[in-house]
Design a protein around this ligand. Structure first.
Ligand SMILES: NC(=O)c1ccc[n+]([C@@H]2O[C@H](COP(=O)([O-])OP(=O)(O)OC[C@H]3O[C@@H](n4cnc5c(N)ncnc54)[C@H](OP(=O)(O)O)[C@@H]3O)[C@@H](O)[C@H]2O)c1
Length: 324
């Protein structure tokens, strides 16, 4: 098969479409013939040499895919999946390829009403958003939820899911065009972080009960000031650095909590539990049309460098798909 390799860390042009051996499914894995994958910021960090794949993961980038089951590996014969089934999957790596071996617990059916290629836009954002809003953040109906980077892959999904839970949704983004798209997706409060102080605005709006943050260090203090009493901050990205000072006095007084998580490094059993939660609680919303995949553009997988250039320019809103 062919896959995108990263022979050395560097800019987008190091990504090379290379002939490599086919993956062989291990115990508990299923082989998937990939129709599409999608770009994630983590892939950019991996290409730059800043986010090595966890031990045992494929060396090729790619954290999600859609396609058809090509073969059942040992121990998956009774899993209920059959050769030829259309699927999408959460991956620990290996999505930038023609085939990938996937732990069976990370497979999801393609939701009714979603195309096979389009389905590649869903697994990573659905699992990240569901696990952090429901399992970690405990978002409830009537609460105010703030997501930074509302136009991102994560943000466009989080807006729709939080609205479906009955939350009031606030977003930050760097352009009015992205904020307009966020509003169409259901955001109630839109903040252009280049022209407005999000902390002042959130305080004027009564504060946030939950913040999903992708910036990390540069936003820690402002996030803590934006939370209301009993507020929760969940950090999932470090685009603004990994170090910061926090005012613990503010945290005590407002009884705040700070969580930080990554999906990729969770053990397979936790990923399977998250995938099962998504199937039960998110897929019905997708099948009803309450949540739709937000696809900015499709780029041929062999031109993954172009997808990375777009992602690094932040010109996109939603997901960039990589197609066969
Ligand atoms: N921990 C996990 O398990 C996990 C899983 C998935 C993703 N993530 C993280 O989530 C983040 C988003 O990932 P993605 O794949 O959805 O990336 P993406 O689509 O490329 O989105 C990144 C977004 O950040 C926005 N942004 C940049 N500076 C900002 C600022 N100062 N304030 C607010 N927004 C800003 C960019 O657009 P504008 O500046 O134009 O608004 C862009 O929309 C990344 O940090 C990624 O690593 C973490």
């Amino acid at each position: 098969m062919y896959a995108i390799r990263i022979p050395e860390p560097g800019g987008p042009d190091v990504l090379s479409w290379t002939e490599v051996p086919d993956p062989v499914p291990a115990e508990g894995e299923v082989l998937v013939d990939i129709a599409a994958s999608a770009a994630n910021r983590a892939d950019v960090a991996q290409r730059q040499g800043n986010y090595p794949p966890p031990a045992g993961a494929s060396e090729y980038p790619g954290l999600e895919c859609s396609g058809t089951v090509a073969a059942l590996g040992p121990g998956t014969e009774e899993s209920g999946w059959s050769v030829g089934d259309p699927v999408c999957a959460l991956l620990t790596g290996g999505g930038y390829a023609e085939r990938v071996a996937v732990p069976v617990g990370q497979l999801l059916p393609v939701p009714k009403g979603v195309g096979l290629v389009e389905a590649a836009a869903l697994p990573e954002v659905a699992c990240t958003v569901w696990s952090n809003l429901v399992m970690v953040g405990g978002l409830k109906e009537g609460e105010t939820f703030l997501v930074h980077g509302g136009g991102s892959g994560i943000g466009t999904f989080a807006i729709q899911f939080a609205r479906a839970l009955g939350a009031r949704v606030a977003v930050t983004a760097g352009s009015d065009a992205k904020l307009e798209r966020c509003r169409e997706l259901g955001a109630d409060i839109t903040i252009n972080y280049r022209t407005e102080d999000f902390t002042e605005r959130m305080r004027a709006e009564g504060g946030a009960d939950l913040i999903l943050d992708i910036m990390g260090g540069s936003y820690l203090d402002a996030n803590l000031r934006s939370l209301s009493t009993n507020g929760r901050l969940v950090i999932i990205g470090l685009m603004g650095g990994r170090r910061a000072e926090a005012d613990l006095g503010r945290m005590l007084a407002k009884r705040l909590s700070v969580h930080a998580t990554t999906l990729r490094s969770r053990p397979a059993a936790e990923k399977a539990a998250i995938t099962a939660g998504v199937l039960e609680q998110v897929w019905p919303l997708v099948e009803k049309g309450t949540i739709r995949p937000v696809v900015d553009r499709e780029v041929p997988l062999r031109d993954a460098a172009e997808a990375h250039r777009v992602m690094e320019s932040s010109a996109h809103t939603g997901k960039i798909l990589l197609t066969r």
